[in-house]
Design a protein around this ligand. Structure first.
Ligand SMILES: Nc1ncnc2c1ncn2[C@@H]1O[C@H](COP(=O)(O)OP(=O)(O)OP(=O)(O)O)[C@@H](O)[C@H]1O
Ligand SMILES: [Mg+2]
Length: 233
């Protein structure tokens, strides 16, 4: 579905991502693992068109998306739940979700919100609560749900489990399983390799802006270099 060749990002003279090539299939969950500063967020921001980037190819179902604005990429089905959650603290859960829906069909917005409440029952109980007063885990669920309101085909999650309790990490894993069954493609960027490889079909390992390893999640879980660098084994 998504094909990317030689994607490069630099901030002025600072290189962040060097000629990354990768694919994501329809209904596939792909993990991006790497330490601090490896280039995970830069890669996702480049896909969203949020940072300047170059690529030999960046296409969705053969349509060339290079030169597309963020808005156009969202219209094609890209959505990002950014690092650090970024919910609107003074708005309610429901209002945060409504902002994530970019169309004009109120009934459709309500249908999508209900689908999110079914996937994240914690949010359903709190739909009128101000987002800023919720726990970190609840805010993360809301950030993901808000990205889903745009009705993406490719959902990108940037460090969705950072700092969260194991039970919440599990719930996010369960969410990914559910949406994958509905045919959604997911890219999950994580330092928590155990979580990401547990959720993913395939994975890429990023180091200093370079993809240094690629394979099935099962193979990478067994890879000695991955075990040593990311799994504490
Ligand atoms: N706006 C920016 N201006 C300058 N340099 C940046 C900017 N954003 C990121 N960088 C640099 O680009 C490199 C990659 O950063 P990036 O945020 O993509 O890494 P990451 O893998 O997401 O790290 P983390 O796990 O800490 O979120 C780093 O060296 C970082 O300092
Ligand atoms: Mg990051």
């Amino acid at each position: 579905m998504l094909t990317v060749d030689t994607l490069t990002v630099a901030y002025g003279a600072i290189p962040a991502l060097h000629e990354a090539s990768f694919t994501v299939g329809a209904g596939e969950v792909v993990a991006l693992i790497g330490a601090n500063g490896a280039g995970k967020s830069s890669l996702l921001k480049a896909l969203m068109g949020l940072v300047a980037h170059r690529a030999g190819k960046l296409s969705l179902d053969e349509a060339d998306l290079r030169g597309f604005s963020t808005r156009q990429r969202i219209a094609r089905g890209f959505a990002l739940s950014p690092e650090g959650r970024h919910v609107f603290p003074d708005l309610s859960v429901q209002e945060n979700l409504d902002l994530g829906y970019l169309g004009r069909d109120a009934a459709e917005a309500m249908r999508r919100a209900e689908a999110m409440f079914a996937l994240f029952p914690r949010l359903a109980e709190r739909r009128r609560q101000l987002a800023g007063t919720m726990s970190g885990g609840e805010q993360q669920m809301l950030a993901i749900a808000r990205a889903m309101m745009a009705g993406p085909r490719l959902l990108m999650l940037d460090e969705p489990t950072l700092g969260l309790a194991p039970i919440v990490v599990q719930q996010i894993g369960h969410f990914i399983d559910q949406v994958r069954k509905q045919g959604l493609s997911v890219i999950i960027a994580e330092q928590n390799a155990e979580m990401a490889l547990g959720a993913a079909d395939r994975a890429y390992v990023l180091e200093n802006g370079h993809i240094v390893l690629a394979g099935t999640a099962a193979d990478l879980l067994r890879d000695p270099a991955v075990k040593k660098a990311f799994l504490g084994l």
